[in-house]
Design a protein around this ligand. Structure first.
Ligand code: TXA
Ligand code: MG
Length: 356
């Protein structure tokens, strides 16, 4: 077993999961893979473990944690009321990348829910996550295992880059599959409401429970609207360089010649500055050869959103690793998974878009 600055690096084998489970049982913090992103786990019913999670991440304490479970019966212990639509969604999408918000039961400490009277619950499908929850016997509070404000981690190395020395252990289960965080749906009102888009789309939810709405505050930035998921109000995922999205107003879903010409023009404009080597383009494999630069960071395949989601956070971290000062990104279609990708990309860009 390796150790970096007192943080144990564990594998996802049975013996190592046991080590991690003991750490959680005694109130410690363990980062672990899920199918979406790596989570930073602690005992959800322990106020001090939850407090330690906020401290390790540097996370504001009003930004509640998701409670991870391995058995649907746990929902009845954690929530005061479980409406019919919750049961249907649990059955359809669990284990998997869906988080549901329900009225919280008294056993869930306020520290875990950031003082809210609701609780976020999810059953992940990653085998290492499920074994860890089962083996530890605790409900695991787990936000994404990044330092607050940085892109969510999709590999154990990302976790270690941000949190080594600040947490007890990391389970290395390789790169995650999905790459962006779970869909969050609030089930405390009359109509289920998406608070954070993700791999489980509005259409998929509607097939199970009928009409679903989207929290208006997450669609367009509007200082008068406050997102219902507290975490959605923070700037997020941002690389240190200046990220701008270039979008064709008449074809926002396509990377047209107009977009490519504009990006090439911006590359030329910056060529005269001493920082010219620090201009990078975020693009997909199919468009990469069209840019007049070798400073390319690849996102996947434009016709396959799944590959873009899986690469997105790694690509944003790569911008930092390469010291990118100016980052020019293509935009993606907003259908289905594309909506979740653009939600994250727009946040990373602070909603800076050049329309051509
Ligand atoms: O895929 C995921 O959901 C990952 C993995 C580790 O499971 N977790 C994750 O957690 O993304 P985190 O903490 O980075 O994001 C949780 C989001 C935050 O925006 C938070 O404000 C929101 O969920 N949230 C948590 N509890 C809530 C509640 N009771 N009401 C509304 N929003 C809530
Ligand atoms: Mg997060």
């Amino acid at each position: 077993m390796d150790e970096i600055l007192n943080t144990k690096v564990l594998s996802d084998c049975e013996d190592d999961i046991s080590v991690a489970a003991s750490i959680l049982k005694s109130g410690g913090l363990v980062a672990f893979p899920t199918e979406t992103v790596y989570g930073l786990g602690g005992d959800a019913l322990s106020s001090s473990a939850a407090g330690a999670i906020y401290a390790a991440k540097g996370r504001p304490s009003d930004n509640p944690l998701i409670v991870h479970i391995c058995d649907t019966s746990s929902v009845y212990e954690l929530a005061k009321k479980v409406p019919e639509n919750a049961k249907l969604l649990m059955e359809a999408f669990w284990p998997g990348p869906l988080t549901i918000i329900l009225p919280k039961a008294d056993i869930v400490p306020d520290t875990t829910t950031g003082g809210l009277d609701t609780v976020a619950i999810r059953m992940p499908s990653h085998p290492a996550a499920l074994s860890l929850i089962r083996e530890s016997g605790v409900y695991i509070a787990a936000p994404s295992a990044n330092s607050s404000g940085r892109p969510s981690p999709t590999t154990a190395k990302h976790v270690s880059d941000d949190l080594k020395g600040k947490i007890d252990a990391i389970i290395d289960g390789g790169a995650v599959g999905i790459g962006i965080e779970s869909t969050i749906v609030d089930l405390t009102g009359d109509i289920p409401t998406i608070l954070r888009p993700g791999y489980i789309t509005k259409r998929m939810l509607e097939e199970i429970v009928g009409p679903v709405s989207i929290d208006p505050a997450i669609i367009e930035p509007d200082p008068n609207l406050r997102p219902k998921a507290p975490g959605m109000k923070y700037t997020h995922y941002s690389p240190s360089g200046d990220l701008t999205i270039i979008e064709d107003t008449s074809h926002p879903d396509k990377v047209t010649d107009n977009v490519i010409n504009k990006i090439n023009q911006l590359i030329r404009d910056n060529n005269s500055t001493s920082e010219s080597s620090k201009v990078y383009v975020l693009t997909t494999g199919d468009n990469a050869p069209k840019y007049d630069t070798g400073n390319i960071i690849l996102l996947g395949d434009s016709s396959d959103g799944v590959t873009v989601a899986a690469r997105l956070y790694s690509a944003l971290r790569e911008c930092d690793d390469k010291g990118a000062k100016i980052i020019l990104s293509e935009s993606f279609n907003r259908d289905e998974l594309g909506g979740a990708i653009m939600n994250r990309l727009l946040k990373a860009a602070g909603h800076k878009v050049i329309y051509v």
